[in-house]
Ligand binder design. Structure first.
Ligand SMILES: [Zn+2]
Length: 214
């Protein structure tokens, strides 16, 4: 039976590179693959998967209401498919992860999904949560923190280099930057700077009260 694989990591571990290499390995043997990516991810132009080291390939895009089982079924009715590869799989919905399971179970096509495990607040992405729960095979791709440890978490920095602790999960096209860190350094940045802000807010509130009392 075909399997559903989830390759997870933080940012900059080489997920897209690994995806493109896997797709290439199938095609080199004369087999067909379907590379898919969420539609709103237009950082490099819709319909392409691009890796940091310069590899790229065309991708079939989908929105969060598309049925991935139906898309793959239609595609393999035209041409036999040997592997389905999903980029940015953290953005899948729960239903779409279920549909990927159907692709492997009912169409007998292996599915390789690649995604980020947690967001900038340390919360699991919906797609990753259900891929971690339902995949047959979990594989970690490793990114490295500045301290040399494995980076399992992601920090979001605003344009001034401050850690962002609030806001929407997905911020594409903004000036924010994302940096992978180990859990220890994530906690120092995320909670440390939040505490500093709270403390600063408390101090100014105390100062105001004091001024009023005076
Ligand atoms: Zn670290």
């Amino acid at each position: 039976m075909a399997k559903l694989y989830f390759y997870y990591s933080s940012m900059n571990a080489g997920k897209s590179t690994a995806l493109l290499q896997s797709s290439y390995n199938y095609r080199e043997r004369g087999m067909h693959t379907l590379v898919m990516a969420p539609q709103f991810d237009d950082r490099y132009g819709v319909g392409r998967v691009t890796s940091r080291i310069g590899l790229e390939a065309a991708a079939t895009t989908f929105s969060n209401v598309d049925n991935l089982f139906e898309i793959v079924s239609t595609c393999c009715a035209e041409d036999p498919l040997h592997c389905v590869l999903i980029d940015e799989a953290q953005f899948l919905t729960k239903e779409q992860v279920f549909q990927l399971g159907q692709v492997s179970d009912e169409l007998d096509i292996p599915v390789l999904a690649y995604g980020i495990r947690t967001d900038f607040q340390g919360e699991p992405f919906e797609g990753s949560k259900y891929l971690l729960a339902w995949s047959d095979n979990l594989k970690e791709l490793k990114a490295i923190c500045h301290c040399g440890s494995k980076a399992t978490m992601v920090i979001r920095l605003d344009e001034n280099g401050n850690t962002v602790t609030q806001g929407s999960q997905v911020e594409i096209g903004g000036n924010d930057r994302y940096i992978s860190m180990c859990r220890k350094h994530f906690k120092e940045k995320f909670y440390g700077e939040a505490e500093e802000k709270d403390a600063a807010a408390d101090n100014s509130a105390t100062a105001k009260r004091k001024t009023r009392a005076d």
